[in-house]
Design a protein around this ligand. Structure first.
Ligand SMILES: [Cu+2]
Length: 144
């Protein structure tokens, strides 16, 4: 059953990628590239109002600082308590969309008590999602 769900999710995300293909304006991403949050884990309890580390995982593409145009690279964006932004525009820069334009692969964040979501989205040298976009699963953490 789990396998079935996983395949369904894969098909859904592939369809998403194809749907965006026509409108995306970002640099192209290599096939098979994906991002993942290495830590914390989905559903994990994290300390509220205290810094904790978030690890950014990326496979089959590289990290480059913002402004550096190099094939098959980009920089991480951490989305906090927000859905994916439009895929054909520059990723917003605010407290819900953090840019790691120096090429960071981890960070420390602090969250108030409660349920929060975290998701990674790669952006190209101009902060635009790739084509097709490379993003992680959205995970939930509980700050307490
Ligand atoms: Cu950016």
């Amino acid at each position: 059953m789990y396998k079935l769900i996983a395949i369904a999710a894969l098909v859904a995300s592939a369809a998403w990628g194809v749907a965006d293909f026509a409108v995306a304006a970002g640099a192209s991403s290599p096939s098979g590239a994906y991002a993942y949050i290495g830590y914390p884990n989905d559903g994990q309890v994290v300390p509220a109002n205290k810094p904790f580390r978030v690890w950014f995982g990326l496979r089959y593409m590289g990290v480059a600082p913002k402004g550096v145009k190099y094939p098959n690279t980009g920089h991480h964006h951490l989305l906090i308590d927000v859905d994916l932004p439009p895929m054909d525009q520059e990723i917003p820069s605010d407290r819900n969309h953090l840019h790691f334009g120096a090429g960071e692969t981890e960070t420390m964040i602090q969250l108030p008590p409660g349920k929060h979501t975290l998701q990674l989205l790669m952006g190209d040298d101009m902060h635009v999602p790739h084509n097709p976009p490379v993003y992680s699963k959205k995970i939930t953490v509980i700050a307490r």
